[in-house]
Design a protein around this ligand. Structure first.
Ligand code: DGL
Length: 279
């Protein structure tokens, strides 16, 4: 089936998809890609050495993301790169697309579907502290939600909770309630009916977030749309490989060897990532 020793694929075999994030958030996107492309070889890459991204400056982050993705592409020769991180995508997508000779699919805040879906016109944007401040995010809101009120909340704590959950720790729902409470404050908070999960870590806390919200809301996760885009990109290139690879490979690559990686192994196995490597 043309699978190479390094985890990538030869051009004739099943496609190889590189899914990149600072941490485990990318797994929420990877699971959707696996569901849509069961025959693909998946390389999940976490830049855990530089985690978290959401509290770093643009000057720190841009060269870091470019350098790590360059090394991953050189080593795994993927057919497509998925930047499964809003914090990295809203900063680095133009630079990556300009430089890499591989298609790049980004994950950016799903403002447009949220604005289309909201009845009250009051939307919550739940992201990292960096993503809520990005000019890219301002532009999305101006382009697609000019008629709406968008209440932004940046939380590095929720990112950390998602990491803990995937390492098997119990999450205190009262803590989650406290963290998202500012979204629901005041008269506007009472009208808010839609929340954009604009950090790939947050769908991993879907259950806790729903339980913590004061009422039923629409929660927008862009992962299914991203998976469809990945499939379309591969099809455009004749690389969807639907009938191939009865035993697709799944490899998780980390930039630092830490005890946290060992604690993540059960969560990695659950999404078919049976091998672990270091960059
Ligand atoms: N998962 C990343 C995102 O979608 C950010 C997590 C972090 O702060 O490193 O924004």
């Amino acid at each position: 089936m043309g699978v190479r020793a390094d985890g990538g694929s030869g051009r004739g075999g099943a496609p190889a998809i590189l899914v990149f994030d600072s941490g485990v958030g990318g797994l929420s996107v990877l699971a959707e890609i696996r569901a849509l492309l069961p025959a693909a070889n998946l390389i999940f890459a976490s830049d855990n050495a530089a985690f978290p991204y959401g509290t770093k400056t643009e000057a720190e982050l841009l060269p870091r993301v470019s350098e790590v993705i360059d090394r991953l592409v050189a080593r795994f020769t993927p057919d497509v790169v998925v930047v499964a991180c809003n914090t990295a995508s809203t900063l680095a997508l133009p630079a990556l697309r300009g430089r890499l000779g591989v298609p790049v699919v980004g994950v950016v805040p799903a403002i447009k579907p949220a604005a289309m879906q909201s009845r009250s016109g009051v939307i919550g944007l739940l992201a990292t502290p960096a993503t809520v401040r990005r000019p890219y995010t301002d532009n999305l809101i101006a382009a697609y939600a000019a008629e709406c009120i968008v209440r932004r909340l940046g939380s590095a704590e929720l990112v950390d909770l998602a990491e803990r959950k995937l390492r098997g720790e119990r999450i205190d729902r009262a803590v989650v309630s406290g963290l998202i409470a500012p979204l629901f404050e005041g008269e506007l908070g009472g009208r808010l009916d839609t929340i954009v999960l604009a950090c790939t870590h947050f769908p991993l806390l879907g259950e806790e977030l729903r339980a913590a919200a004061p009422r039923a809301l629409a929660w927008i996760d862009s992962a299914p749309a991203v998976a469809r885009r990945v499939k379309a990109v591969l099809e455009e290139r004749g690389r969807s490989g639907a009938a191939e690879s009865p035993h697709p490979r799944g490899i998780a690559v980390f930039t630092a060897e830490t005890p946290s990686v060992a604690a993540l192994i059960p969560a990695l196995r659950r999404v078919g990532l049976d091998e672990t490597a270091y960059l």
